[in-house]
Design a binder for this molecule. Structure first.
Ligand code: PGA
Length: 263
């Protein structure tokens, strides 16, 4: 595609469907869900779209073991901002990397809200992940009142610039962004495909202004927030939407697989 800014290889932009299991399931249930998804996935050999499953920490290893021979990737839901040492209860990016965990959600609105995570802390977590070759899935998104006051673009711009814009071009290329309007998470309220498209296009514009056209065009930007079997196809059909970060619906193997097949 030549859009006046030079040649852009859109093949580089990956389609992704990631499941965020949050703090759900026990070990046996997690194993069953992994097995059911793997059965549905079969011997799929394509890396586009990429399927990522993000279980709670204690179930990561069963995930990496069961998906070892498959193209399915495993991600964590959070990481420490520290590299190691006396931080009881924390899990480092190096630990994730040593377990073949390829992705990690960071900056999820539930962590920003319940654990007071600031943009500065999220920035440190992003750095830890990149230093250890784990791809951050960086979440951003506005609260309902912020949208009602017309502040959604301002909020997303500051979240992205405060936690990501210190990165070099080479670094930011190893990252995935998920736009998750907080009012749509777990509420059954989904952003309309046009609202998602508008924000994704805005994020791409920010990346182009800060970096260049190539970084902007190659960035995978996922939508998250009550994405389900009924709305995934329409949302994913938007040109700036490269897939989804799926919470509730990822706990049903049938639904998750169906969403994965919604491109
Ligand atoms: P939801 O969650 O699909 O249940 O709304 C999405 C998320 O929090 O990543």
């Amino acid at each position: 595609m030549n859009n006046g800014f030079g040649f852009v290889n859109l093949d580089m932009r990956k389609k992704i469907v990631a499941g965020n299991w949050k703090m759900n399931l026990n070990f046996q249930e997690a194993e069953e869900i992994f097995e059911s998804i793997i059965d549905l996935y079969g011997d799929e050999d394509s890396e586009n779209p990429i399927m990522i499953i993000c279980p709670p920490y204690p179930f990561l290893e069963v995930g990496t073991d069961l998906t070892d021979e498959l193209k399915i990737c495993i991600g964590a839901q959070d990481v420490s901002s520290h590299s190691g040492g006396a931080y009881t209860g924390e899990v480092s990016a190096a630990m994730l990397d040593s377990m073949d965990v390829e992705y990690c959600i960071v900056g999820h609105s539930e962590r920003r809200k319940h654990f007071n995570e600031s943009s500065a802390l999220i920035k440190e977590k992003v750095e830890q992940l990149l230093e250890n070759d784990v791809c951050p899935i960086f979440c951003c998104g506005e609260q309902l009142e912020e949208r009602q006051h017309g502040k959604e673009f301002e909020v997303v711009k500051s979240q992205i610039s405060e936690s990501l814009f210190h990165l070099s071009k080479d670094e930011i290329e190893n990252l995935v962004i998920a736009y998750e309007p907080v009012w749509a998470i777990g509420t059954g309220l989904t952003a309309t495909p046009d609202q998602a498209e508008e924000m994704h296009a805005f994020i791409r514009k920010l990346l182009k202004e800060k970096y260049d056209e190539k970084v902007a065009e190659n960035m995978s930007i996922l939508y998250g927030g009550s994405c389900n079997v009924k709305n995934a196809r329409e949302i994913f059909s938007k040109p700036n939407v490269d897939g989804g970060l799926i919470g509730g619906a990822s706990l049903s193997p049938d639904d998750f697989y169906h969403i994965y097949k919604s491109f």
